[in-house]
Design a protein around this ligand. Structure first.
Ligand code: ADP
Length: 514
């Protein structure tokens, strides 16, 4: 980048320091906290020009107005833990990161109508604490790692595993700073004094909340999130099949159990190597070249008590209701080749210490249990992961096909197939987790190549990614080409209308200013 390209950003940082305090501004030489620590090779490939940490909505607006005046791109983050997708780093180098982590208040918790209103800097740990402190009867859903932002994760369409685990479905009501600095509230929030803002998705006229998901059309500064009343009892379930080839039957059985509401929570499935990677470094099992051989996979599965496919999911209700659900679940899974079920039941008011750590997911108790998975290949600080997550129908045929494509391809590139899928009622997010050593340029390049090849291969089968690393946002967006990219053109028309200077998160999800 030429020196004078960075001059407007430097000026923005200088003026922002006057507005929000120098201690809340990071200059270009102080951006290490805002780099992608899981970058493919070069962690400075997506290089911010600095960062600002506003503490009030009015400060967010002031920074956005400055960005318009000086034509400096901004990149909003909640807590910046979006690892595997770029972390806190911006799509366009030279952007100033607008770090919302100081906006971290849980503004409301309503026990009666079961919602919370949160700011974007609130982490899953903080929301959980706030609910405990208030003696609330409500539970939040949490993803695998609890350090991320409740708002950031929902906006990115992330998942947790309770009955509220499909996070985007439980957003209701937003306050948004538009790219020109104006402030709006969506839906009923536009009616002064309305208490239904976080309760009723509609409003009067079109609904806009979806517009701000995976989007560069606004900065969400408040969000309503529907919470789950604590159940009387809950069951954390492990379902396993020992026969890898029974995957299609397993998927079809899960779909039926989801559609008839036997299983309440989002279903998380992982292959044996995937579960083992969360528990141990690779060399404990295999230190040879190439992919972990099948007989070694069997050894690790036997040792760790795993199936070839392993599911965790949750059931909620009274013991009488859980008896019925568990019976149905067992009948469906134990009928599969090598099908097994393990269930742990708890009281809804059990404390975190009373629930086995591996079962915390079912009660929305945040943790960092799976953070060590990245050490699978690189048992040190440079272990990293990137996720490729194509969405398919929740049918055995499709999940097996997506799995086969990803497995064949990634094994040919020399990586273990760390596979899994998340299931709601009707679709599966098929997850390929690639663990690699970010410090190894050759390995990083292999990952990049495999990923770049897989995106169009999967798209040719009708499987589009639900989310993508900065590096692949354009490639993924290119696949969504129906009717000559009409949807992207429409989004760009909106972008031009609401962000005439193109300052907010240019390039996010493949949407660049005209
Ligand atoms: P987390 O810490 O939950 O992993 P991040 O804070 O890194 O999530 O946010 C993930 C992505 O979501 C960001 O890169 C950004 O594109 C988007 N995002 C996060 N917070 C906001 C927000 N308040 N408004 C708009 N977009 C946001």
């Amino acid at each position: 980048m030429a020196a004078d390209d960075t001059a407007p950003a430097a000026l923005l940082l200088e003026r922002a320091a006057d507005l929000i305090g120098a201690q809340n501004v990071s200059r270009a030489d102080d951006v290490d906290d805002y780099l992608d620590s899981y970058a493919l090779g070069d962690s400075r490939a997506f290089l911010p020009a600095g960062a600002v940490r506003p503490g009030e909505v009015a400060e967010v607006q002031a920074v956005v107005r400055l960005a318009n005046e000086l034509r400096v791109p901004l990149w909003p983050i909640g807590r910046g833990k979006n690892l595997g997708y770029g972390g806190p780093a911006p799509r366009q180098s030279g952007s100033v990161v607008i770090d919302l982590s100081r906006l971290n208040r849980v503004l409301e918790v309503d026990d009666e109508t079961a919602y919370a209103l949160v700011e974007p800097g609130v982490s899953f740990f903080e929301l959980h604490e706030a609910l405990l402190e208030r003696g609330s009867r409500l539970w939040a859903s949490v993803p695998d790692l609890g350090w991320g932002s409740v708002v950031g994760n929902a906006l990115e369409r992330g998942y947790g595993y309770t009955a509220h685990g499909d996070h985007q479905q439980f957003i209701c009501g937003m306050e948004v700073v538009l790219p020109t600095g104006e402030l709006i509230r969506t839906g009923m929030g536009a009616l002064p004094g309305s208490e239904t803002w976080p309760l009723y998705r509609g409003g009067f006229g079109p609904g806009f909340e979806g517009l701000f998901l995976q989007s560069n059309l606004g900065i969400v500064v408040k969000m309503g999130v529907w919470l789950m009343p604590r159940p009387e009892r809950f069951a954390a379930c492990r379902l396993m099949i020992d026969d890898e080839d029974a995957l299609p039957q397993l998927v079809d059985a899960i779909r039926e159990l989801k559609l008839d509401k036997t299983i309440d929570g989002v279903v998380n499935a992982a292959n044996a190597v995937g579960v083992a990677a969360g528990l141990s470094p690779r060399e404990r099992w295999y230190d040879g070249e190439g992919v972990v051989p099948d007989d070694v996979v069997q050894v690790l599965a036997d040792d760790l008590g795993l199936g070839r496919w392993n599911i965790k999911c949750a059931l909620y209700g009274s013991d009488a209701l859980l008896d019925l659900k568990e019976e149905r679940l067992r009948r469906a899974i134990e009928a599969l080749p090598g099908g097994r079920v393990v269930v742990n039941r708890y009281d809804g008011d059990a404390t975190a210490a009373e629930v086995a750590p591996g079962d915390h997911f079912a009660a929305g108790i945040p943790g960092m249990l799976l953070a060590d998975g990245v050490r699978w290949r690189a048992n040190g600080p440079t272990g990293a992961h990137i996720g490729l997550c194509p969405v398919s129908p929740l049918t055995g045929k499709h999940v097996a096909a997506a799995s086969r494509i990803m497995r064949t391809h990634i094994e040919a590139a020399g990586f273990d197939y760390i596979g899994g899928w998340l299931a709601t009622d009707r679709h599966a997010v098929n997850v390929l987790m690639i663990f690699f050593d970010a410090a190894d340029p050759v390995e990083s390049e292999k990952v990049r190549t495999a990923f770049a090849e897989l995106v169009p291969l999967l798209a040719a089968e009708g499987y589009g990614e639900y989310r993508a690393h900065l590096e692949f946002m354009d490639a993924v967006a290119d696949q969504f080409s129906w009717n000559d990219h009409a949807l992207r053109e429409f989004t760009r028309t909106l972008k031009a209308a609401v962000d005439p200077n193109g300052v907010l998160a240019p390039g996010k999800q493949g949407i660049w200013p005209r």
